[in-house]
Design a protein around this ligand. Structure first.
Ligand SMILES: Nc1nc2c(ncn2[C@@H]2O[C@H](COP(=O)(O)OP(=O)(O)OP(=O)(O)O)[C@@H](O)[C@H]2O)c(=O)[nH]1
Ligand SMILES: [Mg+2]
Length: 202
């Protein structure tokens, strides 16, 4: 199957607030993570070519649950849109709850195949991003970094940021790659589709 088709039937399955809410831990799941407002939901919509699939918002902190999307009716291949981290305006208690849930998810979800970490290209590699990257390194989990909102920078700045990001990845001895992305004008969409297609078909 051509990888573009893998995502064309993506459907919202459920919102989970704890591990027990999630679908049976079988098959393959790919998690979309990143700071609040970095564009996780928008990237998913771009991938599925469906602007109404995941709710996007100008107000950070919109996604508070893990939202699960299935790629096929058998529900064996899924994308998990994780709640965004690093949003200062929510209470410390809420931030702790989110962190706890994300931790549980990362540590216990056996079907988790890889992490797509979405960063705003203008503010990459914040502390929480680095924590997740480090986790991928320690657990040998596949990693793809999207430098999103690259429509906000000039082509030369985008090139520079991609180069910097890939040097950082190399310095950290990570198996992973950073690519420029824009959910607004589809920069990087083909590369993302191919990457995830490989993860899902392996
Ligand atoms: N210019 C531009 N804006 C974008 C892009 N991707 C997302 N946005 C905007 O950024 C804001 C946040 O996008 P979301 O997709 O809701 O971000 P999120 O990471 O899911 O946010 P939370 O669910 O709150 O963690 C929205 O106003 C989007 O329209 C992009 O590639 N370019
Ligand atoms: Mg979201």
């Amino acid at each position: 199957m051509n990888s573009q088709n893998i995502f064309s039937n993506t459907r919202f399955l459920l919102s989970g607030f704890s591990l027990k809410d999630l679908p049976e831990d079988q098959g393959i799941e790919i998690a979309f993570c990143g700071r609040s407002n970095s564009g996780k939901s928008s990237v998913l919509n771009a991938l599925a070519r469906n602007k109404k699939l995941a709710k996007t918002s100008k107000t950070p902190g919109r996604t508070q649950a893990i939202n699960i999307f299935s790629l096929d009716d058998q529900k064996m291949r899924r994308i998990a849109d994780l709640p965004g981290y690093g949003f200062a305006k929510v209470s410390k208690k809420t931030q702790k709850e989110w962190a706890g849930f994300i931790n549980d998810y990362l540590n216990f979800r056996k079907s988790l195949r890889g992490l797509v970490i979405i960063m705003d290209i203008r503010h990459p590699f914040k502390e929480s991003d680095l924590t997740l990257i480090d986790w991928c390194h320690k657990t040998n989990t596949a990693l793809l970094i999207l430098l999103n909102k690259s429509d906000k920078l000039s082509t030369s700045r985008v090139k520079e940021e991609v180069k910097k990001a890939n040097s950082t990845i190399k310095e950290m001895n990570l198996i992973g790659e950073a690519i420029a992305f824009s959910s607004k004008n589809s920069i990087g969409l083909e590369v993302l589709t191919d990457f995830l297609g490989d993860w899902l078909e392996a």
